[in-house]
Design a protein around this ligand. Structure first.
Ligand SMILES: NC(=O)c1ccc[n+]([C@@H]2O[C@H](COP(=O)([O-])OP(=O)(O)OC[C@H]3O[C@@H](n4cnc5c(N)ncnc54)[C@H](O)[C@@H]3O)[C@@H](O)[C@H]2O)c1
Length: 396
């Protein structure tokens, strides 16, 4: 299958590109390399040394794998070029990872809020416009959303895969059944852009019959996949800083240098998680099993839920690291329960990887090999939803 991967140089996009190429798909990556520029802006780095995209791709083909093409394009700014690429390449599937994806980064300043909205919302809309301009068969779109679109206040019942039945009482007291999108409840500007994306998909599916899958992904942990381990040049990025580092990866990296595990608030926030190896499997399932197109297919791409405190305790028990409870910089419930359905992907054959000590140990040992690359100043979270709640630096 001919596949275009938007954002294929990033943390989820790169291992997905390699996996799909290995599985026999013809892959082209479109990326403006903005994630690399954001590293420069923040003065941070991936824990792993990631070579240029050109080096990554030449190593991949030199190992005897099929060639992956790369086009440098800003999908939010270059609509004309995007239309031309889709027309020329005629992909059957387009996978859309190309958004600014860190909630803390989106809340740093007005400039970052504006950038995140422009980049994500205009980017997604341009992708829909460009698919709609494809002359022959229009490509199926698979977009990476986030579990954060639902908010985290639903303890009474599991969050469904996107759609919710509700009953509205009319004036005669009759209860009318309606199916609605599960109510959006974003907790940051970043999450808000994903909620707007979801509305764009509803319209383009209803009006133009575009076939769209929106995968509401949990927080990703882990770093490498089978393919990224084929050669050191293929290594995935591994973020540990206060903006882009995801919580479990951050704890494992903090433990690797004996830095206290920075739990925000009480750690009672429960969130959904998925291993990076499962991210690539789910995307493959989504493109190889396209939806009927009658409505947007929405799937919760998450394996299980844990509280932040539980994760810190698991990592602490395994590594001996201390836990530091610091101010929570986010505006969120201190404690919440969370249960989530993931039936759509499981019905396609997904068998989620569950968190266990050997999985944690694998990432911890991997992090330990790269401790020389850690810049301690980048570890504390410095982006605050409310400045009075700055977490500060734990005692070392
Ligand atoms: N990493 C996670 O834990 C996680 C969790 C849930 C959802 N997601 C979603 O998955 C997707 C990928 O996340 P990631 O962790 O790989 O992020 P990432 O920042 O590592 O990768 C995103 C890639 O998109 C590119 N990009 C951004 N804006 C672009 C634009 N305008 N034009 C072209 N390229 C652009 C970047 O250069 C980068 O290579 C995101 O949409 C994110 O919201 C990620």
């Amino acid at each position: 299958m001919k596949v275009i991967i938007l954002g294929g140089d990033g943390f989820c996009g790169w291992p997905t590109a390699l996996h799909l190429s290995k599985e026999g798909h013809d892959v082209t990556i479109l990326d403006n390399l903005s994630r690399r520029s954001i590293d420069d802006e923040l003065g941070t780095n991936s824990l792993t040394n990631i070579p240029s995209i050109h080096k990554r791709l030449s190593t991949w083909s030199n190992l005897g794998n099929s060639k992956i093409k790369f086009i440098n394009i800003d999908i939010a700014k270059e609509l004309g070029n995007l239309i031309d690429v889709f027309k020329e390449e005629e992909p059957e599937a387009i996978i859309h990872f190309a958004e600014q994806r860190a909630a803390p980064y989106s809340m740093k300043s007005m400039t970052h809020e504006k950038y995140t909205v422009h980049n994500n919302v205009l980017g997604t809309h341009n992708v829909l416009l460009a698919i709609n301009k494809m002359p022959n068969k229009k490509a199926d779109l698979v977009h990476l959303g986030t579990m954060g679109v639902y908010g985290y206040d639903g303890a009474e019942f599991p969050i469904p895969d996107g759609y919710q039945n509700i009953y509205i009482e009319n004036e005669s007291g009759e209860k009318i059944k309606k199916e609605i999108l599960y109510p959006a409840n974003p907790g940051s500007v970043y999450h808000m852009t994903k909620c707007i994306d979801a509305q764009l998909f509803q319209f383009y599916n209803k009006n133009y019959k575009l076939k769209i899958t929106d995968l509401h992904q949990g927080i990703v942990w882990g770093c490498n996949t089978k393919e990224t381990l084929e050669h050191p040049d293929l290594v995935n990025r591994f973020d540990y800083d206060g903006d882009y580092g995801t919580v479990l990866n951050r704890f494992l990296i903090q433990a690797s240098i004996n830095y206290p595990l920075t739990v925000h608030g009480t750690g009672g926030q429960t969130r959904a998680f998925i291993n990076i190896k499962d991210t690539v499997k789910c995307i493959k399932l989504a493109i190889e099993n396209p939806p009927s197109g009658e409505r947007v297919r929405i799937a919760n791409q998450m394996a299980e839920t844990f509280s932040v405190k539980h994760l810190a305790e698991r990592v602490s028990n395994l590594t001996g690291a201390k836990i530091a409870f610091v101010n929570n910089p986010r505006n969120e419930l201190e404690e919440n329960e969370l249960s989530v359905k993931n039936e759509v992907l499981c019905n396609l054959g997904w068998n989620p990887i569950k968190l266990d000590d050997s999985g944690l140990h694998e990432i911890y040992s991997y992090a330990k090999k790269h401790v020389g690359n850690i810049n301690l100043e980048m570890i504390p979270a410095t982006s605050c939803w409310n400045e009075s709640k700055m977490p500060g630096i734990p005692t070392l």
